[in-house]
Design a protein around this ligand. Structure first.
Ligand code: GDP
Ligand code: SF4
Ligand code: MG
Length: 360
C-alpha cells in the first residue's frame, strides 16, 4: 500500500515543525523561533491511526518573495509534486492569507493537490480527522492485477548481478513475491542462468513469467511463445503512473534521430554503478538504435522545469517514489508536449517486444 504523503507548507515561523512534531509525538524537525531553521524538506515516516502509513513532509518556510524565490523554496516546491494532500499554515496574526500563502494555494490548485488550512487554535486530533476525511485514497490495487488468480503458477526471473544489493532482493521483487503469496499463487524463482532448469522442474508451463526488465530479451527467447510474460518494471509502472501513457510514449523511440535530446528521470538519488540501467544500459541501447543522441540525467528532485528541449523522457521505475510524483511528471510532460515512457517499457520497445508484454 502506498504511503499517503502529507506536506506542511506556510511562512517561516508559522509553526509547521511544531505541528509535525506534535503529530508524531516526538522531535522530528528542529523547532526554533529563529526564522529559517528548517532548510531542506524533512520527511518522517509514520503510522497514524486515522490515516494509516504516511510520510509527513516538513518544508522550509515561504518568505516574502513567495514560492518562486530561493533555491530552498525551489526544493519546497518540488515537494508539491509528491504531495497527496497539503496542510497550509499561515502567520499567527494573519487574518487574510498573506501573499506567499495565496501564491502557494494557487500553485496547489494548479497542480490539483488538495489542501487544508490549519490554524494554531485548531487541535491536532481535529486536523487528523479532517485529513482522514479529505485525503485522496486510491483503491488498493494489486501490482499483478488481472494477470494472476489464486493457484496461478508464476515464475520470477531475478538476476543477482553486481547491481543487485548484497544479501537481499530489491523492493519490487519483494513486493511482487509477497503479493503473489497473499493472492494464493505459487511463485517459483530463478536467475536467468537457471531459467531452463526452472522450467524443466515445473510440471507445466507457468501461468505467468515475471522478469527483471534487463534480461527481458533473453527470457523472451527462452520461454515458449504461449507463456504470458511481463516485467517487474511494467508491473510497477502500471501501479505508479499510467501504463497507457508509457506505452504510447515509447512510440517516440522509433522516431529518435541523431542530435535529439533524451531525458532520463530518476525519482531518487541512488549511487549509480557501472551497469546502471538508466545511466548506462538505456543510453547505450538508444544510441545503438538512433545514433548520436544526447542524454541528460535528472536525479531526485532535479526534474527540469523546462522540458521543451527533449524529444523523449524516460522515467525510472520509481520504486521508492509514490504514484503522485510520477503522475505529476507525466502531467508536466503532457503540458510540454513531450512523450514520456519508463525504463521497462522503453527497454521492451527497444528490443521490439512491447507487443509480447502482458499488461496488468
Ligand atoms: N503559542 C504557540 N506558539 C507556537 C505554535 N506553533 C509554533 N509556535 C512557536 O512558533 C515558533 C516557530 O515554530 P516552528 O514550528 O519552528 O515554525 P516553522 O518555521 O513554521 O517550522 C516557535 O517558537 C514555536 O514554539 C502554537 O501553536 N502556539
Ligand atoms: S526510485 Fe528510480 S532511480 Fe531510484 S532506485 Fe528506484 S527505480 Fe532506481
Ligand atoms: Mg520549521
Amino acid at each position: 500500500m502506498e504511503r499517503l504523503h502529507i506536506a506542511f507548507f506556510g511562512p517561516t515561523n508559522s509553526g509547521k515543525s511544531t505541528l509535525v512534531n506534535a503529530i508524531c509525538g516526538q522531535e522530528v524537525s528542529l523547532v526554533s523561533a529563529v526564522p529559517g531553521t528548517t532548510t531542506d524538506p524533512v520527511r518522517k515516516t509514520v503510522e497514524l491511526p486515522e490515516l494509516g502509513p504516511c510520510v509527513l513532509i516538513d518544508t522550509a518556510g515561504l518568505d516574502d518573495t513567495g514560492i518562486l524565490g530561493s533555491e530552498r523554496e525551489r526544493r519546497s516546491r518540488a515537494v508539491i509534486d509528491e504531495t497527496d494532500i497539503a496542510v497550509v499554515l499561515d502567520a499567527p496574526d494573519a487574518t487574510v492569507p498573506s501573499g506567499p500563502v495565496r501564491d502557494l494555494i494557487a500553485t496547489l490548485d494548479a497542480a490539483g493537490v488538495p489542501y487544508l488550512i490549519h490554524r494554531r487554535e485548531d487541535s491536532v486530533p481535529a486536523l487528523l480527522q479532517r485529513l482522514a476525511a479529505a485525503a485522496p485514497r486510491e483503491a488498493e490495487r494489486f501490482l499483478t492485477g488481472g494477470l494472476v488468480h489464486a493457484g496461478s503458477s508464476v515464475l520470477l526471473v531475478m538476476p543477482q548481478d553486481s547491481e543487485a544489493p548484497k544479501g537481499r532482493l530489491i523492493l519490487p521483487q519483494v513486493q511482487v513475491l509477497r503479493e503473489l503469496l497473499d493472492r494464493g499463487c505459487v511463485p517459483h524463482s530463478c536467475t536467468p542462468d537457471s531459467l531452463q532448469d526452472a522450467l524443466q522442474s515445473l510440471a507445466r508451463l507457468p501461468d505467468l513469467v515475471i522478469t527483471d526488465s534487463q534480461v527481458f530479451g533473453l527470457v523472451e527467447r527462452s520461454i515458449p511463445r504461449e507463456c504470458p510474460l511481463t516485467s517487474f518494471s511494467v508491473l510497477l509502472a502500471a501501479a505508479k503512473g499510467d501504463i497507457h501513457a508509457f506505452v504510447e510514449g515509447a512510440g517516440a523511440i522509433a522516431a529518435l534521430k541523431p542530435g535529439d535530446r533524451v531525458l532520463i528521470a530518476e525519482a531518487c538519488t541512488h549511487v549509480p554503478d557501472t551497469e546502471d540501467i538508466g545511466r548506462v544500459k538505456i543510453p547505450a541501447l538508444l544510441r545503438k538504435r538512433a545514433g548520436d543522441i544526447s542524454v541528460d540525467i535528472a536525479a531526485g528532485n532535479d526534474f527540469p522545469e523546462d522540458l521543451s528541449p527533449y524529444s523523449l523522457i524516460i522515467h525510472c521505475g520509481a520504486c521508492v517514489a509514490n504514484a503522485r510524483l510520477v503522475r505529476s511528471r507525466i502531467r508536466k510532460a503532457r503540458l510540454a508536449g513531450v512523450p514520456i515512457t519508463n525504463y521497462g517499457i522503453a527497454i521492451a520497445a527497444l528490443q521490439g517486444i512491447l507487443s509480447r508484454i502482458s499488461l496488468p
